[in-house]
Design a protein around this ligand. Structure first.
Ligand code: G1P
Ligand code: ZN
Length: 543
């Protein structure tokens, strides 16, 4: 089988954002577009030569084509072995785990996460490094710079590979192992959680609804929740992965998983309802009559985690991304463990995990995970909650109320302003940045500004600095407003405004988030002036 070197021209737009390179499918279908990016990775990350490479994706439209291309290029670029999920499927956390388990040199994850799929939808690629984490900022910048000068790429031609047949196949010098996408991941989950106890919980009548949203977690949920833990088949919704995700938007939040909110508020609500996103790294948690915000879920799991088998040794540290509400900080204080505040994006947690300074972390964008992998992990969070329910015998609502009584309650909402022009988004960011120095000491309603500035992060492990990571206006422990620009959108610019308010009064515990946050939203408009500067009357999306 010949290895060919083919001519190409740079595209100049292959910069990875918060979660890899994400573009419309049509962009990826341009001649050599995907090849350019892959070759840039092979050229820059020369350590992949002679190593194992993990490949998989969330099953969306173009997944298979992209995977065939990646394998043919891996063979032509000196990779020793490719391990690929059967049918091209691997959830993001399972791929990260496989990189670690096989001590691979890295992995390609084909996903645009929760973004809609299909010929008119989005496609994406993430490069994860040895150790399982997302490529760090310095590396993605080097790959981007290289992609702007690329003139040729290498590919093995005439490849004859069956992606659906498990086992080892040979391609030139390279070995390809097609693996069951669930097996290793399920074994990992079994090592962390008390499966007997969870099985018992189901046997005694505990009820679950899990929505895989026609995306990659379907086969994982079927094997683990149904076959291994004994949940009835009817506990799963939309468990069959589809190339277009059934036309849906597999982003489990209050908008795109509204049906789960209705389910838990209706007759016959399950004890636990949950969902995951396109590539299986996000999670949404609800109990009978209650939605648990991601920031709360993180804090509540932190308070209970050391009761679960994989974490009995105690927690080494906790972390959250900057815009995530500060509920977990209170738990860290009580447990006397370090608590880190990182920029948005999962990659910033990796160094802390590797240095043994972190056990559990999360983001407000429905991401939670632990040191077991280097990505956020949707099913992990569902299993953790199941295990906490089975261990404590409490309901989700009881766990939440007990938590709020002890630590105070953090109300949180994110307001997204999508499809703005780059100039409009920049003008809002700039206006707030300029206003920040004058804000401390100013009083708004019942709150006074204690701090207002731009967030920068010095990695405590490698000392690297990430600047320009969003602006925050802090009102002590009582409230906070955060503004940043999204790094994952594929159309126009998106501004995200995050509102957080903490109440310790018992009477405030049962407000709904909208009521609790309404006064802060008004203050935010006075300070941040999104409406005034962009003409937008309201956000497109509140989650
Ligand atoms: C969004 C989320 C962020 C998450 C990322 C990838 O990024 O806000 O927390 O890590 O998706 O799932 P953003 O579009 O805000 O840059
Ligand atoms: Zn995702």
């Amino acid at each position: 089988m010949p290895i060919r070197e083919l001519q190409t021209k740079p595209y100049n737009d292959q910069k990875s954002g918060t979660a890899g390179l994400r573009k419309k499918v049509a962009v990826f279908q341009q001649p050599h577009y995907l090849e350019n990016f892959l070759q840039s990775v092979f050229d820059v990350e020369t350590s992949l030569r002679g190593k194992t490479l993990i490949i998989g994706g969330d099953g969306r439209y173009y997944n298979r084509e992209a995977i065939y291309t990646a394998i043919a290029m891996a063979a032509a670029n000196g990779v020793a072995k490719v391990v690929v999920g059967q049918g091209g499927l691997l959830s993001t956390p399972a791929a990260s785990h496989l990189i670690r388990l096989r001590q691979a040199g890295g992995g390609f994850l084909f996903t645009a996460s929760h973004n809609p799929a299909g010929p008119d939808g989005d496609f994406g690629i993430k490069f994860n490094v040895a150790g399982g984490g997302q490529a760090p900022e310095g590396l993605t910048t080097r790959i981007y710079e290289h992609s702007k000068t690329i003139q040729r790429y290498r590919v093995a031609e005439g490849m004859n590979l069956d992606l659906d047949r498990r086992g080892v196949q040979k391609l030139e010098e390279m070995e390809i192992e097609v693996v069951d996408c669930v097996e290793d991941y399920a074994a990992l989950m079994q090592s962390l959680f008390d499966f007997d106890r969870i099985r018992d919980w189901f046997r005694k009548g505990g009820t679950l609804r899990f929505d895989a949203m026609h995306a990659v977690t379907g086969p994982y949920a079927q094997r683990i929740l149904v076959e291994q833990l004994g949940a009835p088949g009817s506990a799963l919704m939309n468990a069959c992965p589809l190339e277009d995700f059934g036309g849906g938007h597999p982003d489990p939040n209050l908008i795109y998983a509204r049906h789960l909110v209705e389910l838990v508020n209706g007759a016959g609500a399950p004890d636990l309802a949950a969902a995951s996103d396109g590539d299986g790294d996000r999670n949404m948690i609800l109990g009978r009559g209650i939605f648990i915000s991601p920031g709360d879920s993180l804090a509540m799991l932190a308070a209970h985690l050391d009761k679960l088998p994989g974490y009995r040794g105690g927690l080494k540290g906790l972390a959250r991304s900057m815009p995530t509400c500060r509920a977990v900080d209170q738990v860290a204080k009580a447990l006397r463990v370090e608590c880190h505040e990182t920029p948005t994006g999962w990659k910033f947690f990796a160094n802390l995990f590797d240095a043994g300074r972190l056990t559990l972390c999360g983001e407000e964008s429905f991401g939670t995970s632990s040191s077991h992998t280097r990505e956020k992990d949707g099913l992990w969070a569902v299993l953790a909650w199941l295990n906490v329910l089975a261990h404590t015998g409490l309901s989700v609502r009881q766990i939440a109320q007990e938590h709020w009584r002890r630590f105070g309650r953090h109300y949180f909402a994110r307001h997204d302003y999508e499809g703005l022009s780059a100039a409009a988004a920049a003008s809002v960011m700039q206006a707030l940045a300029e206003a920040c120095p004058q804000l401390p000491g100013k009083r708004y309603g019942e709150w006074s500004v204690t701090q207002a500035d731009e967030f920068g992060y010095r990695d405590p492990v490698d000392g690297s600095l990430a600047v320009g990571q969003g602006l925050s206006v802090v009102f002590g422990d009582a409230a906070r407003i955060v503004l940043r620009q999204s790094g994952t959108g594929t159309e126009g610019a998106t501004l995200r405004l995050y509102l957080e308010r903490c109440e310790k009064l018992e009477t405030a515990l049962d407000w709904d988030a909208n009521t609790a946050l309404a006064p802060l939203a008004q203050i935010a408009e006075r300070i941040v002036r999104i409406g005034e500067l962009t003409g937008r009357k309201a956000p497109n999306l509140i989650t």
